[in-house]
Design a protein around this ligand. Structure first.
Ligand code: CAA
Length: 382
């Protein structure tokens, strides 16, 4: 197994890092305080061609690979984990579902529009009664002639209310279990589609999360994404590669925290010398850097496995998501302590990173679910 960054990858990293340093980092605290959707960052990323990193050229994108997409997410997250999430969902999991299952017409309708920031996407799987047990979802999609009528509530939906198009998983055949679940593309403005007010979260405040409510929401049969009954598998496949991107997001947040803590302890003096002059402090940083290097290697290895369609890619994505998000939570937690009392203050960016990174252990499949997925692969039951 080998992953080598090409010059195009390095150029992309330099471009996104520069964008993130100049345009995201200075605004991150304010967006977080205001719970404000990062419209400017989204638009600017679109102008720079960044929302189409992984979208094929024929659909208006850059035609790069999963490794490139993870570079994009990591560098955004280093400056602002919330903006990374907003852009990751639309350019990642939603685009991936459409690429994987969409008709030519659906691809031409949505993918260029995502790249040009004319539309934003959301992925709607979880429900109040079914999160980890995704196949138990109860949203119904009943065919009535040339239409489907959708009824149900989706929850914890990133970009909910703000997005223009929603990939909605609904049960079209209750007798068929997971094989009775289909995916639909539902546009904002469709009668019967509404949203709860945004949830009050611990962190990732610039990323809006809410319930998506479907009440006799009538969509044409052309809104079916992929064949009827294929929705669960499509969602699982898209989540597999999305987990590689979450791993990169975790690495980015942790790198941002480590960099900040090192700089801080170079400036801060205690007992007559910079705090970083103490070997005990240096050892902490050494451990954090080693964990981060291991996490980054696993994140990019799992991304690369999607590029080469490696048979073990789903297992590795689950291992990467588990390892990287746990490591990142630990690293950011230690970075808080490195700043002493200031680490706990809103005024310093580490406090936001600590709140933001927590969600990554939970979304795109909790880390308990990642263990289930890994164990099933190990036992040969998947
Ligand atoms: N790829 C392709 N197909 C898959 C698959 C995968 N990774 N996983 C399962 N399938 C297929 C199976 O092969 C099976 O197909 P057949 O009927 O043809 O055999 C079918 O799907 C059902 O599979 P299982 O019986 O294994 O499914 P299960 O009910 O036991 O559940 C699970 C599997 C892995 C636990 C799954 O429920 C799961 O991943 N849960 C977590 C859900 C999740 O990640 N939610 C995140 C929400 S989205 C989010 O957070 C985004 C955001 O906005 C930030």
């Amino acid at each position: 197994m080998s992953i080598v960054f090409t010059q195009a990858h390095e150029d992309l990293r330099a471009l996104v890092r520069d964008f993130a340093n100049k345009e995201l980092a200075p605004r991150a605290a304010q967006l977080d305080r205001d719970h404000a959707f990062p419209t400017e960052a989204w638009k600017r990323a679109g102008e720079m061609g960044l929302l189409g990193v992984m979208v094929p050229v024929e659909y208006g994108g850059e035609g790069m690979d999963h490794v490139a997409f993870c570079i994009f997410v990591e560098e955004l997250a280093r400056a602002d984990g919330a903006v990374a999430l907003v852009l990751d969902v639309t350019a990642g999991i939603v685009g991936e579902c459409i690429l994987m299952a969409g008709s030519e017409e659906q691809k031409r309708k949505y993918l260029p529009a995502f790249c040009r920031t004319e539309r934003l996407g959301a992925f709607c799987l979880s429900e109040p009664g079914s999160g980890s047990d995704a196949a138990a979802l109860s949203t119904r999609g009943q065919q009535k002639g040339n239409h489907y009528v959708l009824n149900g509530t989706k929850t914890f939906i990133t970009n909910g209310g703000v997005a223009d198009v929603y990939v909605v998983m609904a049960r079209t055949d209750p007798a068929k279990g997971a094989r009775g679940i289909s995916a639909f593309l539902v546009e904002k403005g469709t009668p019967g589609l509404s949203f709860s007010p945004p949830f009050e979260k611990m962190g990732l405040n610039a990323s809006h999360t809410c319930q998506v409510i479907l009440e006799d929401c009538r969509v044409s049969a052309e809104c079916l994404l992929g064949p009827e009954g294929n929705g669960f598998k499509m969602a699982m496949r898209a989540l597999d590669s999305a987990r590689a991107a979450v791993s990169a997001q975790a690495v980015g947040i942790a790198q941002g925290a480590l960099d900040y803590a090192i700089e801080y302890t170079k400036q801060r003096e205690a007992f007559g010398q910079p705090v970083i002059g103490n070997q005990g402090i240096q050892f902490f940083f050494a451990d954090m850097a080693a964990q981060l290097a291991a996490a980054r290697a696993l994140a990019y290895q799992s991304a690369w496995m999607f590029d080469v369609e490696h048979p073990e890619r789903a297992k590795y994505a689950a291992m990467a998501k588990l390892f990287c998000t746990e490591a990142a939570a630990k690293i950011v937690g230690e970075a808080v302590v490195m700043l002493g009392g200031y680490g706990y203050m809103r005024e310093y960016p580490i406090e936001k990173m600590y709140r933001d990174v927590k969600a990554l252990q939970i979304y795109e499949g909790t880390n308990h679910i990642q263990r289930v997925v890994i164990a099933r692969h190990l036992l040969g039951t998947r």
